[in-house]
Write a new protein. Structure first.
Length: 310
């Protein structure tokens, strides 16, 4: 018995030290940071595209809108497809992978992004990650492209950081159309809205407000306000290696916050066509960093560090 007691701490030690815990369940992948829930990547349960929900600050405050997954008093109940943090585009060969949602009015244009397999999940002392393969399926059921997605999460006393990487490999010739609705999006909690809450939208050029940020190219953008007196915000960083970098920003006062590399003409009629043609079996990769932060954070400095990542 004495020898068994000596062995047990050695077995349990790696799990006791782990600060980022990533666990795969039947319909989701759960992420816990520093002993507290952060959010879940929902991949089953009838969802039409995977989404990460809810998003929490380092203090545990939920900072993303909870509708339609939960009904919260005072939350706007528009845009059912704005679920947590998601990845998709309105026009992929004419098929809609953005506003596709079982609660929306039916459309023969809705595609579905379905999980093929969860490749790997791993926790650790400083970081953890998940990797999964998704099929982007046409309404007739055939797979238009495959996506391999990796989301990496970090332990930090003040920040919640997600490194998001998606590699898309078309099965056929693909055109990502010049539309405003794309590509990496999230919906902020009601108190953070610029229109009816405390929020302010800004970008790397130092301009503020939806009017100044919407549709403009920038290395990063930010959406910051207060929830019950806590100053908290979302920053999204666009990696320099991304197609059409720096991305344009579909950032709205009602709470939508999205990085869209394809919407040049949709945002500015004077621009040239901003879509993207991709040949079959020609992979394209997108990399973003999402940071949930308190007030007073030097986002410019954080971006300089991020852009150096290979």
């Amino acid at each position: 018995m004495k020898s068994l007691l000596l062995v047990l701490p050695l077995i349990l030690c790696p799990f006791a030290l782990a600060q980022v815990k990533v666990t795969s369940a039947s319909d989701r992948i759960l992420v816990e940071i520093d002993g507290k829930p952060f959010g879940d990547l929902i991949v089953g349960g009838g969802t039409w595209k995977p989404y990460f929900h809810p998003l929490r600050s380092a203090t545990g405050t939920i900072v993303s809108r909870q509708f339609p997954m939960a009904i919260v008093e005072g939350e706007p109940r528009d845009h059912n497809h704005h679920r947590g943090l998601w990845f998709g585009h309105f026009d992929v060969n004419g098929i809609d992978f953005w506003s596709n949602d079982p609660l929306n009015k039916p459309s023969d244009k809705y595609g579905r992004i379905v999980v093929r397999r969860v490749n790997d999940v791993k926790g650790g002392k400083k970081s953890g990650y998940l990797t999964a393969t998704f099929d982007w399926n046409h309404p007739d059921g055939h797979t238009m492209l495959t996506e391999v997605r990796t989301m990496t999460f970090y332990s930090d006393p003040k920040l919640r950081i997600i490194d998001f990487e998606a590699t898309l490999t078309p099965k056929e010739a693909i055109f990502f159309g010049d539309e405003k609705d794309g590509l990496l999006g999230l919906r902020v909690a009601a108190p953070l809205q610029e229109e009816k809450g405390t929020g302010v939208i800004s970008n790397a050029e130092g301009v503020r407000s939806e009017k100044m940020v919407w549709g403009k190219p920038s290395n990063w953008a930010d959406y910051t306000g207060k929830i019950d007196g806590e100053e908290v915000g979302f920053a999204i960083f666009d990696h320099p290696s991304n197609p059409h970098h720096p991305t344009r920003w579909h950032a709205r006062g009602y709470g939508l916050f999205a990085a869209n590399p394809f919407g040049a003409k949709a945002f500015d009629k004077g621009q040239a066509e901003g879509g993207l043609h991709v040949r079959p079996n020609e992979p394209i990769r997108f990399r973003y960093r999402i940071i949930i932060h308190p007030g007073g954070v030097d986002l410019a400095d954080l971006y300089r560090k991020y852009e150096k990542m290979k």
